[in-house]
Design a protein around this ligand. Structure first.
Ligand SMILES: [Zn+2]
Length: 346
């Protein structure tokens, strides 16, 4: 990523137009546009003002070129077709900016993890076998996965909970050097967030380079087998009733609709039975808001906050710790040092 691309990315991540940022910097839009298009390099002083207006340190922008092909490889995003481009483009810019922060940070501090995410060749492994291999590599128990967020953080995934301001985007992910960065919609119900995490995990294992549209079905298949392994769940999905779906949702931490789909995929539910369930769900308004989701144990990412805490524990001041993460000390949107993340650790 060039310096110009980094400036434009940080600006979009903050939801600012060129005009708005130019005004706040007291320069013309044309001048800013030249910086963003790499037609002119800002002076040291100008760069420091740009960075400060965007809540980051100048080195974050200046050394963005170390992120190889970053923008050539876009983000995987779980979103509905109706999501507004202005919204998802801002989210994509935010993810790319977090990737820069992660790159800078993991240069400074080595992150040793117990687990890792393998790159599996999709030509060699179908999504379901990839999911089984990963479960085996991580030595996961065969049943339901408790706290998927924890597992993924143990493998070095930096998960950032964000209020997306829309329910039409669930999450997005991409590698940043050796570690993946995932943004997750903080306002989605737990079962949906878990499905999104498993879906993104599928992309990270199978599609580190490929971001074409036809990988979506693969990530969805991966998520289904990862969260609901056929071998274990099959006997439990026979003769589904509403009561049974409730019990299974509590047990497996996935939506009833995901269970219905799984049952159908495994040939245990006829198309007619599936349609009947969905008709009932629609009439109750459950297609958009299922019951029981609030009862599932919440899964909150902790890794970013733990890294922030570790920096402070090393004797750094808050400002020094913020700068290592690439944020201006006064930027309140720093997931490594936010008040919310500190409280969460208590
Ligand atoms: Zn996807």
């Amino acid at each position: 990523m060039s310096l110009g691309e980094a400036i434009a990315t940080a600006r979009r991540a903050r939801g600012l137009t060129q005009e708005e940022l130019a005004e706040c910097l007291n320069v013309t839009q044309a001048a800013l546009s030249r910086y963003e298009n790499d037609l002119r390099d800002p002076t040291e002083e100008a760069l420091s003002e740009i960075a400060s207006a965007l809540g980051v340190v100048p080195e974050l922008l200046n050394r963005a070129d170390r992120m190889e092909g970053a923008l050539a490889v876009g983000a995987h995003m779980r979103r509905r077709a109706t999501a507004k481009p202005t919204v998802w483009r801002r989210l994509e810019a935010q993810l790319n900016l977090y990737r820069l922060h992660a790159l800078r940070l993991f240069d400074e501090i080595g992150l040793r993890t117990d687990l890792s995410i393998p790159a599996l060749d999709p030509l060699e492994y179908n999504p379901s076998s990839a999911a089984r291999i990963l479960r085996m590599q991580w030595r996961m128990p065969s049943g339901p996965i408790h706290n998927l967020c924890n597992w993924m953080e143990a493998a070095g995934c930096l998960i950032v909970d964000t209020d997306f301001g829309t329910s039409r985007v669930d999450g997005l992910s991409q590698w940043s050097g050796a570690h993946p960065v995932i943004m997750l919609n903080a306002s989605a119900p737990t079962d949906r967030r878990r499905l999104t995490l498993a879906h993104e995990l599928g992309h990270l294992c199978l599609h580190s380079q490929d971001i074409s549209d036809d990988v979506e079905a693969d990530a969805t298949e991966f998520a289904a087998e990862f969260l609901m392994p056929a071998e274990t769940i099959r006997p439990q999905l026979r003769n589904l009733s509403l009561g049974r779906l409730h019990d299974l949702k509590r047990l497996w931490g996935v939506s009833m609709q995901a269970l219905i789909e799984r049952s159908h995929q495994l040939g245990l539910l006829s198309p007619r039975e599936r349609t009947n369930f969905y008709k009932r769900f629609s009439s109750q308004g459950w297609r958009t808001r299922e019951p029981l989701s609030d009862e599932l144990a919440q899964e909150k990412p902790r890794l970013a906050a733990e890294i922030g805490q570790a920096l402070i524990a090393r004797g750094l001041t808050d400002s020094e710790a913020a700068i290592i993460c690439g944020f201006s000390p006064d930027n309140p949107d720093n997931p490594f040092l936010s008040d919310a993340s500190r409280l969460r650790l208590v």
